[in-house]
Design a protein around this ligand. Structure first.
Ligand code: PLP
Length: 395
């Protein structure tokens, strides 16, 4: 097979240098394997940061892309789009939700969710209702309101003032009880599995109590499942595992098989407070992306795939614990399904660089946490091969 080569982006690249990119250029993929311009192969345990759930060169996804390309790419939201409507119907059929808004990224989905929640809370509780509460360790995006709900001082400090009316609270019931008691609180947003913040599976009891409190106090509960949703935990939605349902759910990452798409799912109650013109976006839910997303959703909601992720997730926990004991290089392991965080003593970046050298791609989730996010189609053999390389990288 011919390997395509093109120049690697260098320090003189015209791209704004916002990312510490790995040096190689990835040009092809097959299943769970990525191949660089020099022909080196890597097992991908990043999935393009939780996006490429179906791995690479998936024949079904390729067909869906081709079929979508035979139709219109974009019409704008001035007109109806059958695939956008079908996709919304499908998401509603698969979830607690009654209505769906489409956008183009995770941060944009959360920004939309904040607006919907505030509109609803004000309609219900009067003009003072506006405050959005997020949790310690949260990551909700890099735009002004989603950044205000993101607990990363280094991301926030250079860009102050951030959007007002957003507070970060401790992940304890006592603290949350106090902030949720405020007359001004409109919404609580949380990730059922905090991903960027170190891979923390939130406690079921905490989630149940927060649901009860927010119901009682008429506060919108928003679940950000941009990273932990759509199959990553072995359930289509992470909250299904704990049987706790939000008023609003945000999705993105794997939703459209690698094309940019975000979605805000909500109950009729929330939807009823929004009027035409209250919110919008040019590209959201266009025919091309929605058509591909319909295919991706069908695959991600397949019970056989979800069962495999759940079962392999249990196996992964065991294997990671053994690996931690053998190497003595891992302080803690957290995760579920196909999302795992390993706290290491040394900088995570050092382990990630060594893993790359032995053909394994990893991503961090904090200074000292490496994160495993294999494609959901990774078999046990793929996972096993990745863990062997991880052990080599840990040394
Ligand atoms: N929310 C969560 C939980 C995420 O993990 C991310 C991205 O990593 C976002 C929001 C932001 O999504 P995007 O980068 O598409 O704006």
């Amino acid at each position: 097979m011919t390997i395509m080569t093109s120049p690697t982006a260098s320090a003189t690249s015209s791209l704004l240098p916002l990312y510490k990119r790995a040096p190689m250029e990835l040009v092809r993929g097959e299943g769970v394997t990525l191949i660089d311009a020099d022909g080196n192969t890597y097992l991908d345990f990043t999935s393009g940061i939780g996006v490429n759930a179906l791995g690479y060169a998936d024949p079904g996804l390729r067909d869906a892309l081709h079929q979508a390309a035979d139709g219109l790419v974009h019409v704008s939201n001035l007109f109806r789009s059958a695939s956008g409507e079908d996709l919304a119907d499908r998401l509603v059929a698969l979830s607690f939700a009654d209505k769906v808004f489409f956008c183009n990224s995770g941060a944009e989905a959360n920004e939309g969710a904040f607006k919907f929640a505030r509109r609803w809370a004000r309609a219900l509780g009067g003009p003072a209702k506006h405050e959005i509460i997020a949790l310690r360790g949260a990551f909700h995006g890099r735009l002004f309101a989603s950044l205000a709900a993101t607990d990363r001082p280094a991301y926030r400090a250079p860009f102050r003032p951030l959007a007002g009316g957003v507070t970060i609270a401790e992940r304890s019931l006592t603290d949350l009880d106090a902030v949720l008691n405020s007359e001004t609180t409109a919404a609580l947003i949380l990730e059922p599995v905090q991903a960027e913040g170190g891979v923390r599976v939130l406690d079921t009891h905490l989630l149940k109590e927060l649901r009860a409190m927010t119901c009682e106090r008429r506060i919108a509960l928003i679940f950000d499942e941009i990273q932990c949703g759509l199959g990553r935990t072995g359930h289509l939605f992470a909250h299904e595992r704990v049987d706790v349902y939000p008023d609003i759910l945000t999705l993105a990452k794997p939703l459209a098989g690698g094309l940019p798409m975000g979605a805000v799912l909500m109950s009729d109650d929330i939807a009823a407070s929004m009027q035409p013109g209250d919110h919008g976006t040019t590209f959201g839910g266009g025919p091309f992306v929605a058509r591909v997303a319909l295919y991706a959703l069908e695959r991600l909601s397949d019970p056989a795939l979800l069962k495999e992720v759940r079962e392999n997730g249990f196996w992964l926990r065991l294997r990671l614990q053994q690996l931690a004991e053998r190497t003595g290089r891992v302080r803690a392991i957290r995760g579920i399904g196909y999302i795992w965080g390993l706290d290491v003593y040394e900088p995570a970046a050092d382990v990630i660089a060594r893993a790359r050298d032995v053909g394994l791609l990893l991503v961090s989730a904090g200074e000292h946490t490496i994160r495993l996010l294999p494609p959901l189609v990774a078999s046990r053999d793929d996972l096993d091969a990745g863990l062997q390389r991880l052990e080599l990288a840990l040394g």
